[in-house]
Design a protein around this ligand. Structure first.
Ligand code: PGA
Ligand code: ZN
Length: 460
């Protein structure tokens, strides 16, 4: 290895983040430069690994010069030594990640920051793939014990409408997604989703005018809506108007092109003191209607119940707050068949939290965000733990993203069958979709067996 250096760049919200570049010398068989950039969330869970920020006044305290220095002064030189004396090879990801965790030495990566460690972990995975002459998704399949000759292209749960802390409208729930479960290929899925996205834009213009077509943090529209029912109604209208059918599962028979997914990200509007969910948390404080939007967890459960029935919602993420275990447990017990109930803030991609989730049957699917845990090996462990216990795994971006497309390969390599990486707008979201299109064509050109499938609907 010739060098491993970090610098401060900016994410899609204009906040500083970490970029790492690894250069290889010729004598390792591959000369080249590899790069990784880390994302950052807005609706973060309390159990996530620590993101190291500088504090102080510069960049509103969000600078990452400390994390960058840790890479340049400690992690980079130490790892280079190990690699150059042959103690660690770049394709030995678990050795690399163990070494990173030991260097940091804290449980939540508080010393050097999960942002510093993850950037290094990711860039080594890229270099590790290259020294074996493999694509990143193939290397990730090998690392996670998945087949390397029979890949599944994921169904994109594509964001269309933004609310919650990702937008300036009054909608409480954070994300409304469409899932083209009836598409034949990933390319076909992109056609369906982009056509619906453009149709949705025209519907929003008709109803609320052009000024209502501004975008939220993940590229979805953020029109003036107050309820999830209204948002799902718009998605259904757009789907039908674009010429597609809504997915239905009737007495075991599945048909239709498009289903829906929601991430309310409910930890953001949970009032811990009163144990109530404040769906009016973005309303004007003097708005008289505000109190009608404060719900108990069972009332919130009834809202989910009614919209899931009415609108073919097949995936619901973080329906309850990260520590409101009883509500998760009751809801999951009552919806044990059909609905995918995903734990994001609840689990924080952390094996300890996932174990609790499994023991107490809190949900049935893991949201996999690599920066919540801080190394690729631990992210893979989390995915394996979830899957070995019959859960699904749903790969995810963060609301503050970069053009790094790592998670596209992650979803293919780990064979998760689905992922979310935002709307078909904004370069940092498209980087992932365009990489998935490239992966599909790489596999097609090799004439490999490829499937496009939402795990559980069409998996064989
Ligand atoms: P975040 O949102 O990146 O702001 O946490 C994504 C999500 O909640 O799934
Ligand atoms: Zn979420």
């Amino acid at each position: 290895m010739e060098s491993l250096t970090a610098s401060q760049i900016f994410d899609s919200r204009g906040n500083p983040t970490v970029r790492v570049v690894l250069r290889l010398k010729d004598r390792q068989g591959v000369a080249g430069q590899f790069e990784a950039q880390v994302p950052s969330g807005a609706s973060k869970g309390s159990y996530e690994a620590h993101e190291l920020r500088d504090g102080g006044e510069k960049y509103g305290g969000q600078g990452v010069s400390k994390a960058v220095n840790f890479v340049n002064k400690i992690i980079g030189p130490a790892l280079m030594d190990k690699v150059n004396i042959g103690e660690i090879r770049l394709n030995e990801q678990s050795k690399i990640d163990d070494f990173l965790c030991q260097l940091d030495g804290t449980e939540k990566k508080e010393k050097m920051g999960a942002n510093a460690l993850l950037a290094v972990s990711m860039v080594c995975t890229r270099a590790g793939a290259a020294i074996q002459g493999k694509e990143l998704f193939e290397h990730l399949a090998l690392l996670s014990g998945m087949p390397t000759d029979n890949f599944i292209l994921p169904v994109p749960f594509m964001n269309q409408i933004n609310g919650g802390v990702h937008s300036g409208n009054t909608l409480a729930f954070q994300e409304f997604m469409i899932a083209p479960v009836g598409a034949q290929t990933f390319t076909h899925a992109m056609q369906i989703c982009t056509e619906i996205y453009h149709t949705l834009k025209s519907i929003i213009i008709e109803r609320s005018g052009k000024a209502a077509t501004g975008l939220g943090d993940e590229g979805g529209f953020a029109p003036p809506l107050k309820s999830a029912d209204e948002a799902l109604h718009l998605l259904e209208l757009a789907t039908l108007k674009a010429g597609y059918s809504v997915y239905r599962n009737q007495s075991g028979q599945q048909h239709g092109d498009v289903a829906f997914g929601i991430d309310p990200a409910s930890s953001e509007f949970f009032d811990k003191k009163r144990k109530l969910y404040d769906l009016g948390f973005k309303f004007d404080p003097h708005d008289k209607a505000k109190s009608d939007f404060c719900l108990s967890s069972s009332e919130l459960g009834e809202v989910y119940e009614s919209i899931c029935k009415k609108y073919s919602v097949i995936l619901l993420e973080d329906p309850f707050a990260e520590d409101d275990f009883d509500s998760w447990k009751n809801f999951t017990r009552e919806h044990s068949c059909g609905l995918e109930i995903v734990g994001d803030d609840l689990l924080a991609t952390n094996p300890k939290r996932i174990r609790i989730g499994i023991e107490q049957a809190l949900c049935n699917s893991l949201l996999l965000k690599i920066n919540q845990i801080g190394t690729i090996t631990e992210a893979i462990e989390s995915a394996q733990l979830a899957r070995n216990n019959g859960w699904r795994v749903f790969v995810s971006h963060r609301s503050g993203e970069t053009v790094d497309d790592f998670i596209a390969d992650l979803a293919v390599g780990l064979r998760t069958g689905h992922l979310k990486c935002g709307a078909p707008a904004r370069g940092e979201r498209l980087a992932k979709y365009n990489r998935l299109l490239a992966i599909e064509s790489i596999l097609q050109s090799r004439q490999e067996k490829i499937k496009y499938s939402y795990a559980g609907y069409n998996t064989q």
